[in-house]
Design a protein around this ligand. Structure first.
Ligand code: FAD
Length: 397
């Protein structure tokens, strides 16, 4: 077994398109020391058909300038209960329900019984619940691309949701457009290490002397903006922590343990082939106090005619629909167009995080003065406005 090596490790996004397409089934994905999966090949079984190369979304990335969405909206799910359970405005659930109601299939990310994040599919309304809510860990695609193709070839409608690289991986794997496929990507800051997350879970279990039985990354009981991570244990204990104070979230947002390819993501600026992009509409203050109920507002970018038709299915049911602009979207979500930079102490983190208390090591490495914290918030904001305007100028040319 040797590394597949069709792209350098720092570019490989681990989408598993290569493993899904291999006719010999001789490509497997193995974790590296940081917990991220990379493809390995059994050379004695490989027939050198190069299909792995033809489906790699990084190798075959369209080298075009930024694309521009057809529409940018702020929107909310009218069902307040669902919206409270969703990370943003609950638009994913509305889209997923429509597909299921029409006899289709929905793919998304869920936790398995060991708190690994895995991609899976559902054919039922109840099954959508497992995909609801962000899991801030890289999910494993497994053989979902093969399964999605099977459903598409059987003329079933398919909604595939995931990160931009996963959507790009599916598109490249399929090699041709399908009218019955809707691809929905989430705005992606970058994906944290599954190994670090497992270690974080173990550290919580040790501290609380119990086994984790429920975990929510974005609990909105105290508001969408002041969201909390909530973890329940089998001994009845409950751990709650404000996102901005929680060690795992701080490490995620502080770029301490993201996948290397996220720092050079080639699928930003709507290049993944997603019909719709979903995120948080953070700049919603401008719509007034009444609009801003702090229960979650979605950023919805419609990127294709297929996305337009798909969104039309739910448009009349959505509440608080406001047409916005790409500049607004980028200003508050620079991640739409710019890759993050890995924290300079990433190596230090991996050297020390297993030996010390998780919270202690993260706080020590991310220790910042208030001045720098303020700069970290202000600079991306103004940078976002400038980048947004430049991108729009490029799109107009
Ligand atoms: C790793 C990650 C980073 C993100 N970074 C940002 C960001 O910087 N800015 C921003 O505005 N939004 C970001 N989001 C998206 C945001 O958190 C919401 O997921 C999105 O707005 C959809 O919200 P919703 O209320 O419509 O649906 P929800 O029900 O909250 O979201 C469910 C959707 O998220 C998908 N999903 C959940 N976890 C994963 C995962 N690990 N991998 C792939 N897909 C997953 C599900 O398949 C489903 O499509 C990120 C999401 C993830 C998973």
């Amino acid at each position: 077994m040797r590394p597949l090596g069709i792209v350098p490790d720092e570019m490989c996004c681990g989408c598993a398109a290569c493993a899904n397409v291999c006719p010999q089934k001789c490509i497997t994905l193995n974790s590296d020391s940081k917990g991220f999966i990379y493809p390995y090949v059994e050379m004695d079984k490989c027939i050198r058909c190069k299909r792995c190369e033809s489906v790699c979304p990084v190798l075959n990335n369209r080298k075009c300038s930024s694309l521009k969405p057809l529409h940018v909206y702020a929107a909310k799910n009218p069902d307040e209960g669902i919206r409270m359970k969703s990370s943003s405005g609950g638009i994913f659930t509305m889209l997923a329900e429509k597909v299921i109601e029409k006899g289709g299939v929905v793919f998304g990310a869920r936790f398995d019984e060991n708190w690994n994040v895995v991609h899976d599919y559902t054919e039922s309304l109840a099954g959508i619940g497992l995909f609801r809510g962000s899991k801030y860990v890289q999910s494993r695609i497994g053989d979902c691309f093969r399964k999605a193709k099977q459903f598409l070839d059987d003329d079933r409608e398919v909604l595939f949701s995931g990160t931009p690289c996963q959507v790009a991986g599916l598109r490249q794997f399929l090699h041709r457009p399908y009218a019955n496929l809707y691809c929905v990507e989430v705005v992606c800051h970058g994906v944290p290490s599954p190994l670090v997350f497992r270690h974080y879970i173990s550290s919580l279990e040790k501290k609380h002397n119990g086994t984790v039985c429920r975990l929510k990354f974005r609990d909105k009981s105290n508001g969408w903006k002041a969201y909390e991570i909530v973890v329940e244990f089998d001994n009845g204990k409950i751990y709650r922590s404000r996102g901005r104070d929680n060690a795992f979230i701080k490490g995620f947002i502080g770029n301490l343990f993201l996948r290397q390819s996220c720092t050079k993501c080639v699928f930003k600026s709507f290049k993944s082939g997603a019909d719709i992009t979903l995120g948080d509409f953070w700049g919603s203050e401008k719509f007034g106090q009444e609009y801003n109920d702090d229960k979650g507002i979605s950023l919805v970018c419609i990127n294709s005619n297929n996305g337009l038709r798909f969104f039309d299915l739910i448009k009349s049911d959505v509440i608080g629909l406001i047409e916005s602009s790409l500049v607004d979207a980028i200003t508050y979500n620079l991640c739409l167009v710019e890759s993050v930079k890995m924290h300079r102490k990433e190596h230090k983190f991996y050297r020390s995080y297993t030996g010390k208390e998780f919270d202690v090591i993260v706080s020590r490495l991310l220790h910042n003065s208030r001045f720098w914290m303020l700069l970290n918030e202000i600079i991306p904001y103004y940078y976002g406005i400038i980048i947004g305007k430049v991108k729009i100028m490029l799109c107009r040319r």
